[in-house]
Design a protein around this ligand. Structure first.
Ligand code: ATP
Ligand code: MG
Length: 486
């Protein structure tokens, strides 16, 4: 059964029970009252009959009384108009007035009560009906004893028709029935309104729950702290906000994971391509005997770099907390540059590009070795990628407490607008270019940017469309780097 009906039924049951119980009590009480009043009135009649119409005569030890018939007749005719009859007894079955009275039964018990001086009240029942004018009238009467010198000498019974009382009671019952119907209708309306109010608050919670279940966490339920439903609403609100938080955290971690995966794949592609190229060269004997040792050495170092990359990038905790830790050291950057140039030679030949180097014999740089390789490799690879039959110039020099690297190409260059966006992830100035051979996912420069920030270094670009581009990378020396770090 729906909650609405359950609640309505409960309210309704309470209202109906109250009306019925109070109605019954009220009817009972009123009927008692009406009878008591009538009996008091009848006792009054009896007393005045006694004083007005009966004359006591005491002679010697004998007590007698005479009836004042005139008074009695007058009284009888007056009372008759009010449907009141009286009978005077001297003994249990001896009626001395009226003369034509129908014998009414006074039971033994009643007579015994009368002898004790008690007034007997009788409510109507079948054998106390006065048959007059062809119709039976139900009567209620009292029997009142009168004593002289401790001796019962007369009992007067005064009875009144109960039709008036009954009519009053019927009227009262009718009123009560009307009151009952009115309260039933009012009860239905009231219980419906009350139940609907509670149910609507519960439904509000249900709707909110459904929204949350559908993944909408922007649900807010106002609560006025009035009752348990409000408390529930408040708890619900708290639950939704923590769910929202968790959802955000899950999304954030998922984004980080995706970013890490994409970056890792981007960076692993290069050493894998190098190793693959060298292996193919070895397989087809395309590498001269004297270079073989060097090729194997390159493959070894690239494989090691790959392993470090995997360890570094796929560490779940690091992905979760979004931290990349650097392992900086001071090493000769010229060796690295030569290595990279060697790896990219094939690519530059394919693009008909000339690579020129102007580097000193040695140039120490303070950086994370693998990350440094990543940065220089990405920039140089871009330079070759965006230059057809041109020159790529790589220079390295010492600055003031820093090492400076410039990679200049004579390629397609970039417009101002394009320059603004190159650090964005997945940005490509010309999205129609799909050179999947070298990746071209638009990730390279965003990785470079992130890594240069971690090194407290700088990366600057100068470019003009159609003429070429220069990337300048600055790595602070150890002391400077520490200074900035602290
Ligand atoms: N040397 C350059 N000359 C001209 N445009 C460049 C140069 N370097 C980068 N760009 C522009 O900046 C964009 C972003 O470079 P980025 O290295 O981030 O991505 P990508 O090279 O397209 O792809 P990925 O490096 O992920 O394989 C490039 O698509 C290109 O339009
Ligand atoms: Mg690139």
């Amino acid at each position: 059964m729906k909650l609405l009906y359950q609640q309505m039924l409960a309210f309704f049951a309470v209202i109906i029970t109250l009306v019925l119980v109070f109605g019954a009590l009220f009817l009972n009480f009123t009927s008692d009252m009406v009878y008591k009043n009538t009996w008091t009135q009848l006792e009054g009649y009896s007393d005045s009959l006694m004083s007005e119409s009966m004359v006591l005569k005491t002679a010697d030890s004998k007590t007698e009384f005479n009836l004042n018939l005139n008074n009695l007749r007058n009284a009888e005719s007056i009372l008759k108009t009010q449907n009141v009859r009286f009978t005077i007894y001297t003994k249990k079955s001896k009626i001395i007035y009226p003369y034509n009275a129908v014998q009414d039964n006074i039971t033994k018990e009643q007579w015994a009560q009368l002898e004790k001086g008690e007034v007997v009240h009788r409510t109507p029942h079948a054998n106390r009906q006065l048959k007059t004018d062809m119709k039976a009238i139900s009567m209620t009467d009292i029997l009142k004893p009168y004593f002289y010198n401790g001796k019962l000498y007369a009992v007067i019974s005064v009875g009144a028709s109960v039709s008036n009382i009954q009519a009053n009671m019927n009227q009262m019952t009718r009123n009560l029935v009307i009151a009952f119907i009115v309260s039933v209708i009012a009860g239905i309306i009231l219980s419906y309104l009350l139940a609907r109010y509670s149910v609507s608050r519960i439904n509000r919670l249900r709707r909110a729950t459904r929204m949350v279940a559908d993944g909408n966490f922007d649900v807010h339920i106002e609560s006025r702290h009035r009752d348990e439903i409000d408390d529930l609403a408040q708890d619900f609100d708290g639950m939704v906000s923590s769910l929202k938080e968790s959802e955000k955290e899950i999304k954030r971690q998922e984004d980080r994971r995706r970013q890490f995966m994409a970056d890792a794949a981007h960076e692993m592609r290069t050493p894998l391509t190098t190793i693959n190229g060298l292996l193919e060269g070895l397989a087809y004997d395309a590498i001269p005997e004297e270079s073989k040792g060097k090729s194997i050495e390159l493959m070894r170092s690239e494989t090691k770099r790959l392993i470090r990359l995997v360890n570094e990038n796929l560490d779940y905790e690091k992905i979760r907390t979004n931290q990349i830790t650097l392992a900086p050291s001071t090493f000769d950057s010229v060796v690295v540059i030569n290595n990279i140039v060697e790896q990219l030679t094939k690519k530059s030949v394919e693009a008909n590009d000339q690579i020129e180097l102007s580097v000193p014999k040695n140039l120490m740089v303070f950086a994370d070795y693998d990350r440094f390789v990543q940065v220089i490799f990405n920039i140089t690879q871009n330079a070759i990628q965006f230059t057809e039959s041109g020159t790529i110039h790589i220079s390295a020099e010492r600055g003031y407490h820093e090492s400076i690297f410039r990679i200049t190409d004579s390629g397609i260059g970039m417009t101002e607008d394009q320059l603004k966006n190159i650090w964005e992830r997945y940005y490509k100035a010309d999205p129609s270019r799909k050179n999947t051979k070298y990746g071209e996912s638009g990730l390279g420069l965003s990785i470079v940017h992130q890594l240069m920030q971690l090194h407290n270094g700088k990366v600057e670009v100068v470019s003009s469309e159609g003429k070429g581009t220069t990337f300048m990378l600055t790595f602070p020396d150890q002391d400077e780097s520490l200074l900035i770090n602290n």
